[in-house]
Design a protein around this ligand. Structure first.
Ligand code: GDP
Length: 435
């Protein structure tokens, strides 16, 4: 699991510029390939070979100066709960403002590492001015200029340095890890309770450091699995998190920690933007996904059939539509066993390894019957392909002119793979390489 870094600070100090700078280099590579739209508030970064995830907590309240203290408090709470390291950005031009003090006060109580980053320091004079930030009581600070990027190297070195040591026994056993995610009130806790009962089936709480003790092991209907962050879900169910941004970002940690995400949506509300964002987070992290349309007991079946409903959702999932969608009710316990079975199946799908000979045998025929279109009068030939030994399904096709194999053809290959093997609920990567 990646370390998670949260950037906090009042509006207009340069949080998003720093965020963009951090995720830029990597996103430029990854997302131009996959064509996935880039999120404004969440991304992956890498420094000295260490990958980490970044959350810009201010994503929601950008630009306005009259942000309520309550809003800032929420941002900082999000960072404290979800991140491993917090970067607190301040602005040397403005000096210490009352809002900076509010943030500092919250952060002084935190045991997680906090890096104080003083922005807009682009000359020696301002380097001197920065000294005043010692008064925030957070110790050492790092000066940088987010626009030019100067100083970010030192900040990143300090960041990597501050990451907590991962416990050695991170995965003790090869049990599936499921995260139940979804917007507030979708029925996540009800689903967990219906499935598990009132904690009666808890086998063990996996002990670890506090930050990693988020798995609970269960044995239910003959399936053994870990549920990620069940405590968090119960706790958060009590917190009113009205803004979409927060509830989405609150699922980052659970999603990154899980193998499979069980996305619970509220049937009475449909598949909304928030559901989409959470789905997208799971897909971006290459996790398996099962969608449960919960509260199906409340839907008038003559006005909306499950088939119509399903079709509507699939449209929203484009282009990753090969995802199981089940209609359940945590209240009446309808199809809960099926939901669990499906989730286990997606876990198996994600682990599956296709032998190179079988893969070639099938795929080379598929390619022969519909070869990549010729480009600039040149024929593209694919002679060999295989699944890579990676934790999530990735396939490589060796071609004489890989640059001529475009996205639509890759999609064709993916569809053919999905037709012949069960990868339901599992994102797939296709690479074309020079042979
Ligand atoms: P969470 O915030 O996602 O954990 O949602 P909760 O589990 O707290 O559920 C929110 C509300 O929806 C509660 O009042 C539940 O009783 C209700 N609820 C949850 N699942 C169902 C369901 O399948 N059918 C009906 N009718 N109500 C449900």
């Amino acid at each position: 699991m990646n370390n998670i870094v949260a950037i906090v600070g009042r509006p207009n100090v340069g949080k998003s510029t720093l965020f963009n700078r951090l995720i830029q280099r990597r996103e430029a590579i990854v997302d131009s390939v996959s064509g996935v739209t880039r999120d404004r508030n969440y991304g992956k970064s890498e420094w000295n070979g260490k990958e980490f995830s970044v959350i810009d907590t201010g994503g929601y309240v950008r630009g306005s100066d009259d942000v309520f203290e309550g809003e800032i408090r929420k941002q900082v709470e999000l960072a404290i709960d979800e991140a491993d390291v917090i970067i607190f950005v301040v602005d040397v031009e403005e000096g210490i403002t009352p809002m900076d003090e509010t943030v500092a006060k919250l952060l002084r109580k935190v045991t997680k590492p906090v890096l104080l980053a003083v922005n807009k320091v682009d000359n020696a004079m301002r380097e001197k001015d920065a000294v005043e930030f010692y008064n925030l009581g957070l110790g050492e600070y790092y000066t940088f200029a987010s626009i030019s990027g100067s100083g970010t190297g030192d900040l990143l070195d300090a960041l990597i340095e501050a990451f907590p040591e991962k416990p050695v026994v991170e995965v003790k056993e090869d049990l599936p890890r499921f995260a139940v995610v979804g917007r507030p009130n979708a029925g996540k806790s009800s689903f967990i309770n219906a499935l598990i009962g009132q904690d009666r089936y808890i086998v063990t709480d996996i002990a670890g450091t506090t930050r990693d003790a988020i798995d609970t092991k269960f044995d239910r209907f003959g399936f053994e699995f870990n549920l990620v962050d069940t405590a968090g879900i119960r706790r958060k169910a009590k917190v009113k998190e009205d803004l979409e941004f927060y509830s989405v970002m609150r699922s980052v940690r659970a999603i990154e920690h899980a193998d499979i995400c069980i996305l619970v949506i509220d049937a009475t509300r449909g598949f909304e933007g928030q559901d989409q964002s959470i789905f997208w987070l799971a897909e971006k992290n290459r996790k398996g996904v099962v969608i449960l349309v919960n509260k199906w007991d409340l839907v008038e079946k003559d006005t909306m059939s499950s088939r119509d409903y399903e079709a509507k959702i699939r449209k929203e999932l484009m282009p990753f539509t090969d995802v199981p969608i089940l209609f359940v009710s945590a209240l009446t316990k309808q199809r809960l066993l099926k939901a669990l079975e499906t989730t286990v199946q997606v876990f198996e799908n994600r682990k599956q390894r296709i032998s190179t000979s079988k893969f070639n045998e099938y795929m080379l025929k598929v390619i022969e019957s519909y070869p990549p279109p010729a480009m600039k009068g040149k024929y593209v030939k694919i002679k060999y392909c295989m699944q890579l030994p990676t934790p999530t399904p990735q396939f490589v096709f060796f071609a004489n002119l890989p640059q001529y194999v475009k996205e639509p053809y890759k999609r064709y290959l993916e569809n053919k793979i999905r037709e012949n093997w069960d990868f339901a609920g599992v994102p797939i990567d296709i690479y074309i390489r020079e042979k």
